[in-house]
Design a protein around this ligand. Structure first.
Ligand SMILES: Nc1ncnc2c1ncn2[C@@H]1O[C@H](COP(=O)(O)OP(=O)(O)OP(=O)(O)O)[C@@H](O)[C@H]1O
Length: 198
């Protein structure tokens, strides 16, 4: 593996835009691309392995790391902390591993800010926004997925409308079409970046 060429592919977009579908397919197609592992203070669910699914941290340890500025980004969600450790990204990129990060729009903003003071991260990172064609396309996908109730979906759509205004801040936008079209677009961005980063 060549660390000079390793890239961080950051995939963001509103809930239901298709980030997870795309990231799963990219990793299924290119098993060498590894998922960024998030740190969290939530308890492991049955079968979850520390260092593989998440880094499970105590509240104290997480807060210490915040104070040490050890995170590229972190957030409190329903009373639990989640964050991406700088060390997790930097050491794996240095080891020549390509990384895939599926992250919400706010988290993506923290990464963009981090690149302003970190030229090495800026050189390796490429950010992609999955842009729904319309709120009704997004609404249809969220209802079809059937994983959230109506109130939750309506709440997500309001947030999505705001998030879609952030699309121009990303290096690339994929205007969501069919699954195959979206995947082809992501694949091209990944390969172009690998060329550019060499
Ligand atoms: N290009 C596409 N065309 C039609 N349906 C799609 C497409 N991409 C994803 N979907 C479907 O839309 C739903 C939302 O996709 P997915 O769960 O990947 O979104 P997400 O952005 O990861 O959402 P969340 O942020 O809530 O985790 C899923 O049911 C998925 O199968």
């Amino acid at each position: 593996m060549d660390s000079a060429k390793s890239v961080l592919l950051l995939v963001s977009g509103p809930a239901g835009s298709g980030k997870t579908t795309l990231c799963d397919r990219l990793r299924g197609t290119y098993p060498d691309i590894q998922r960024v592992i998030t740190a969290t203070t939530r308890s492991p669910r049955t079968g979850e392995v520390d260092g593989q699914d998440y880094f499970f941290l105590t509240d104290k340890s997480f807060k210490d790391k915040i104070a040490q500025e050890a995170f590229y980004e972190h957030a409190l969600v329903h009373g639990k902390h989640y964050g991406v450790l700088k060390e997790e990204i930097d050491s794996r990129l240095d080891a020549g591993v390509d990384l895939l990060l599926n992250i919400d729009v706010q988290g993506a903003e923290s990464f963009r800010n981090a690149t302003k003071h970190n030229p090495e991260l800026a050189r390796r990172m490429v950010s992609v926004f999955i842009l729904p064609q319309s709120i009704s396309q997004l609404s249809e996908r969220l209802f079809d997925r059937d994983s959230d109730d109506k109130e939750e979906i309506e709440r997500r759509l309001i947030v999505a409308e705001k998030e879609m205004r952030e699309a121009d801040q990303f290096d690339h936008r994929i205007l969501s079409g069919t699954r195959d079209e979206d995947f082809a677009a992501l694949q091209k961005i990944y390969f172009d970046k690998k060329g550019l980063a060499s």
